[in-house]
Design a binder for this molecule. Structure first.
Ligand code: LLP
Length: 440
């Protein structure tokens, strides 16, 4: 066990430890060796944590409701090697673009387990999805409903769909990641009557087969009550359309399950989310004499977030006496936009001094040309020098996937670690990659 005063164990991948030299070890690999071998910045994914998170969701939901499909939300981060792992673990995929669908297709991911989400899927994306044989499209607008009906008709197919409703329930998360409220670009609002209209129109559509309803409240959601309230509300809403032909075969409360980014955060366990969702679903269905639907859950962050650790190397250190000490690293908002975009907080660990006393308060700045490019403000660290390696845990979700080439800095490599072995699953970009699409 690592003393939590130095290392916040709860935010690290499972099995992370500190060796006798005081180096942080992940997946049996010394992080200083990883930094030397792959360069910095680099994203390390602990394969055991990743697989155990998949299995945890499958287990905790299926013991309570065997007919549950866990669908990984690719937007949290996907690439072909990871898609293979999710397929092996029996998960489905939530994709939100032709690009994410192409990754799934590139590894022959079973398309009957793929759900296509998004508030503005293009005609091309829908045609690609239908032609490719995607299992599910989650309708988000009247525009899409009509377009998909016609595309499926032209392809001579009947497309299975869910309707995304917006239940008007606030999950109390960041305003930029709240989706299920009235004032949202996502889904058909129950309040306004649009959800009812969408159900009636879809039931009439010649080339669409309406199998159920979906909602997603936002992310990350640290409370259970919003799930309970929304599950109850949406199932009651669905029951109003039984006579008109809506058979709720599938029901999805989306994703949004929280993880600990900092040592003081205590998100619910997977089992608690499962219990809240399934007990509510069962009680409401029983009360309304409805058969229990198949449950689709869409965790993204909570599967890949805890598995990922970013490693950076310290360069410049700037003291402003009486004000602040800036410790600059070789990455920043290009590989992790979350602090700048959502004021997201992270722990920072001195990977080569993980057993040393935390003696100074510093601010960890990135190398991008923005004053807002700060990865962590006022964090307690040991004495630091240029060349030291810093680790940011809980970085697996929405960091690599939201990465940019701002300032034309190549994006970092991705490395899987397990039992002391490494596997590069994405190489570092180079300058040629940056100019690849440019035409002179
Ligand atoms: N299902 C739907 C329909 C979603 O829109 C999302 C996330 C998820 C599932 C997965 O949510 P998760 O389990 O990963 O929380 N960029 C933000 C998060 C945006 C989430 C968007 N939708 C961030 O970095 O926090």
């Amino acid at each position: 066990m690592i003393p939590d005063t130095v290392i916040p164990q709860a935010v690290l991948p499972q099995g992370a430890t500190v060796n006798s030299q005081g180096h942080l070890v992940i997946g049996g690999c010394d992080t200083l060796d990883l930094a030397d071998e792959f360069g910095t910045p680099v994203y390390i994914f602990d394969e055991e944590t990743l697989r155990q998170r998949c299995r945890g969701f499958v287990r905790e939901f299926q013991i309570r409701h065997p007919s549950t499909q866990v669908v990984y939300a690719s937007k949290a981060y996907i690439n072909p090697a990871l898609a293979r792992i999710f397929a092996e673990e029996g998960l489905g995929l939530d994709v939100v673009s032709g690009g994410e669908l192409a990754i799934a297709q590139s590894v022959d991911f079973p398309l009957d387990r793929v759900y296509f989400h998004g508030n503005n899927k293009t005609p091309q994306e829908l045609a690609e999805a239908v032609d490719g044989g995607i299992g599910w499209v989650v309708l988000d607008s009247f525009h899409e409903l009509e377009m998909l009906d016609s595309i499926a008709g032209q392809a001579g197919k009947i497309q299975n769909v869910l309707i995304r409703v917006s239940p008007g329930i606030d999950p109390h998360t960041h305003v930029h990641t709240t989706t299920g409220i009235l004032d949202s670009k996502f889904g058909f609002s129950i309040q306004t009557g649009h959800a009812a209209q969408a159900i009636r129109q879809t039931l009439k559509a010649a080339n669409l087969s309406l199998r159920g309803l979906h909602f997603h409240l936002g992310s990350p959601i640290f409370e259970l009550e919003p799930y309970r309230a929304a599950v109850d509300l949406v199932i009651r809403f669905a029951s109003e359309f039984r006579e008109e032909g809506l058979d709720l075969q599938e029901f999805s409360p989306g994703g949004g399950f929280a993880i600990a980014y900092t040592r003081d955060q205590e998100p619910p366990e997977i089992a608690e989310y499962a219990e809240a969702i399934i007990s509510t679903m069962s009680a409401t269905c029983k009360e309304l004499s409805m058969d229990l639907p198949r449950l689709i859950i869409e965790p993204g962050r909570s599967i890949i977030g805890p598995a990922g650790v970013a490693l950076y190397r310290i360069g410049a250190i700037k003291d402003i006496p009486g004000v602040r000490r800036y410790v600059s690293v070789d990455g920043g908002m290009g590989d992790n936009i979350r602090p700048a975009l959502y004021q997201a907080a992270y722990e920072v660990i001195a990977a080569g001094k993980a057993n040393q006393e935390l003696s100074q308060k510093v601010t960890i700045a990135g190398k991008y040309c923005e004053s807002g490019d700060v990865l962590a403000s006022d964090v307690m660290m040991p004495e630091l020098e240029s060349g030291d390696i810093l680790a940011i845990p809980a970085a697996g979700a929405y960091c690599p996937s939201m990465a940019s080439n701002y300032n034309l800095i190549p994006k970092p490599p991705m490395v899987l670690v397990r039992d002391g072995k490494t596997r590069l699953i994405r190489r570092r970009e180079n300058y040629q990659d940056l100019m690849h699409c440019d035409v002179v």
